[in-house]
Design a protein around this ligand. Sequence first.
Ligand SMILES: [Zn+2]
Length: 374
Amino acid sequence: MPLTDPVALTSELIRFQTVNPPGAERPCAQRIGQLLEVAGFSVAYHEFEEGRTSLVASLGGSGDKPPICFTGHIDVVPLGKAVWAHDPFAGERDGDRLYGRGTTDMKAALAAIVLAATRLASLPRKAGIVLVFTAGEETRCEGAHHLAAQPGVLGEAGAIVIGEPTANRPLVGHKGLVRYLVRTTGVTAHASMPEEGDNAIHKIAEVVQRLEGFDFGVAPHPVMGSPTLNIGTIAGGLNINSVPDEAEIGIDIRTIPGQTAEEIQGRLEAVLGSDAAVTNIASEQSVVTDAGDAWVQDVYDVMEPLLGQRPEPATAVYFTDGSVLKPAYGGPPTVILGPGEPTCAHKTDEFCSITKLESSTEAYLEIMRRWCGV
Ligand SMILES: [Zn+2]
């Protein structure tokens, strides 16, 4: 296949089934690696489990400036229960739309990055480029965590572009995430004599009420707004004719810069008191870059003519591998920028606009050229 058409390459990547779980990213990662090796990149594969393959591909430059990193994930989410009108693994084209699981999130971006990078490879460069394609992003960023945990694997980067779906609008970050389980305990007894027991469900109901309108004690972020709290699960009681001695809720909190899991846990414990045990089960950092950063403004310069207007500072609603990669690279300026439609990620009949896919390929190349000083 000639390496010139982002639609053809996206369709090819769609045909590698990388639904996570189980993921099975290896064949797709190897195909991407092969294309990059032919173009002159050195490619290394890293598996956090058998067949769960991430790759890091790098291309040097002649000067001292650190490389620019472009990143994306290889895995896609499951199809869901609804029947698709388009084959989810064929890369079917219909007008301006390319259909398939992972078109928007985010194999179109992978194709655009690979094509732009292979074109850059044939040009003289002062700075290099590093491409990080991860496995397992859709579950818990396992691929990115695995890469970041191994010293030296990621190399260095002076700026990061994350190709998650933004309809080609550059975004300067996203909220972080912390999750907790809150458990209440009591004493079981026969349902006919509840006064003999201590009902854990009544206690968890009290917890739920206390969390309504929970005060994080932080001012809203100027771009991201305020943190959010959602109680997503509740469980308790084993049988209807007993007083339950255990109940539990699951809480998902989306954080803004400056908040930590420890600080929020302390605040939860203060509000809930000693009857509720709070356990932190997940924590991913928020990602933010000042929109006034010179390189971000440079990205805005590239995107302005394509979008027909100058981008405004804005952040994504989802989180990304950037939670792991930005700190791993020492916090360089980071933008989220990809051709996919944020509104159709993870949905039935997911598609990507072919026009946006083609313009993102050009935009990525221009961002690379400006950074690499070609
Ligand atoms: Zn994604």
